[in-house]
Write a protein that binds this ligand. Structure first.
Ligand code: CTP
Length: 397
């Protein structure tokens, strides 16, 4: 599936650059064309000659190389590829990418491109865990950059932990999934996920048990099928899906604003467990116990995001899918909820604590639509997500 795909491979300056030589060989074996770009620091680890020999193509190194500009300007170079792979992505390259620096050929290409970028980070574990790198990774994910790795293990610097670059075959798998021409290619899909937190004071909030696992799995499954996914999530524990536009929010009101700002979309999947109420006037400072007095609070109803998107006129997504987390009369309540909110489908599940579904890894859902009810057997949340994504693809095509 990589035959005749064009990969622009940016090789950063890290010891893991030696693995990029094997990556080039493996890509060539699979029929891909590799245009290599070597940073100055990268040249300290692998030679331009070995890179160009393996790639069978000229290696690009310098922004100010006028011959290159005459042959192929950096803008064209950045856009002629099907995918840009940055391997290794050093902490320095990540910082440049996250902040839009363009002071050498690699960073300029990455800023000028409108092609999907896949980053394979490689750095010392402390550098990977540093809050600056965490922030940069979050910015890049938000910008739609996909990541593969880093892996856990022993490092060249003698330390042990997260920071090793993924192995060439793992990077190939990630490249294949980025390039997969799926049934949802060209579709823009919104997924909400996770709980919302409604502040009581600076340290306390109202929340629920949602882990965000089902929403993350749905976003991942849709992205793998080629959709452009906008993933709006509350503060969930679940691993963020790769290859999606990530929007992190805290409250229901923020989720509503985020959803409005990303419309229009072809489909909207509302998997978030949005809090129904917020505290009307959260305290600015921590509420103190006051000699046995019980505090009183007033609540206001949060905006119903699913209902407002389902009921919008112009610009309504072609398909709106809600979730119904119920503890009693699951199907009857979910059926009524679908009609009340006006969504096309509702995915009902039983969230009684003994089912282990809320926060767990499995789900047992009933899909309710104009066509009636369909109960799916209990299965992993990833499997539910894949099945639902396949249904969404069929409905949109
Ligand atoms: N939902 C939403 N905005 C809200 C509340 C819910 O978008 N303020 C969405 C959820 O993402 C889900 C669906 O509505 O897709 C149903 O959520 P649920 O909590 O089951 O329903 P509620 O409307 O809150 O009804 P109730 O709590 O009374 O069962």
């Amino acid at each position: 599936m990589l035959t005749d795909k064009r990969i622009l491979l940016v090789i950063g300056g890290g010891i893991a650059a030696f693995k990029s030589l094997e990556l080039i060989r493996r890509l060539r074996e699979r029929g891909a064309w590799v245009t290599p770009v070597l940073t100055k620091a990268g040249e300290e680890f692998v030679t331009p000659l070995s890179v160009s020999s393996l790639a069978g193509e000229k290696v690009y190194r310098d922004l100010f190389d006028l011959t290159d500009e005459a042959e192929m300007g950096h803008i064209q170079l950045s856009r002629s590829a099907d995918l840009i792979v940055v391997a290794p992505t050093t902490a320095d390259l990540m910082a440049k990418m996250a902040h839009g620096l363009a002071n050498d050929l690699a960073s300029t290409l990455l800023l000028a491109t409108d092609t999907q970028v896949l980053a394979a980070p490689a750095m010392n574990v402390r550098m990977w865990e540093h809050s600056a790198t965490r922030r940069n990774a979050a910015i890049l994910r938000d910008d739609g950059v996909a990541f593969v790795g880093p892996n856990d293990g022993a490092m060249a610097c003698g330390e042990y932990g997260l920071g090793r670059m993924s192995e060439p075959l793992e990077i190939i798998t990630a490249i294949e999934s980025e390039l997969a021409d799926g049934p949802l290619t060209g579709r823009r899909i919104l997924v909400t996920s996770g709980p919302t937190h409604e502040p009581i004071d600076p340290v306390r909030y109202l929340a629920n048990r949602s882990s965000g696992k089902q929403g993350s799995a749905i976003a991942r499954a849709l992205a793998i099928m080629g959709a452009e996914v906008i993933f709006v999530t509350g503060p969930a524990n679940a691993t963020r899906p790769e290859g999606v536009h990530l929007v992190e929010v805290e409250t229901a009101a923020q989720m509503m604003d985020a959803v409005k700002s990303v419309l229009p979309v072809d489909a909207a999947i509302f998997a978030a467990a949005v809090a129904d109420w917020c505290v009307t006037s959260p305290s600015d400072s921590k509420m103190k116990k006051d000699s046995g007095k019980i505090p009183s609070m007033t609540f206001a109803e949060n905006p119903d995001i699913l209902a407002s998107v389902s009921q919008m006129g112009d610009g309504r997504p072609a398909l709106v899918v809600g979730f119904a987390a119920e503890t009693d009369e699951v199907v009857a309540n979910a059926t009524a909820k679908r009609l009340r909110k006006g969504c096309d489908w509702i995915v009902a599940n039983d969230v009684n604590l003994e089912t282990g579904i809320m926060g767990g890894c499995e789900n047992a859902v009933t899909l309710i639509s104009d066509d009636g009810l369909e109960s799916w057997p209990r299965m992993g949340k990833d499997a539910v997500a894949q099945q639902l994504a396949a249904r969404i693809a069929a409905a949109l095509n």
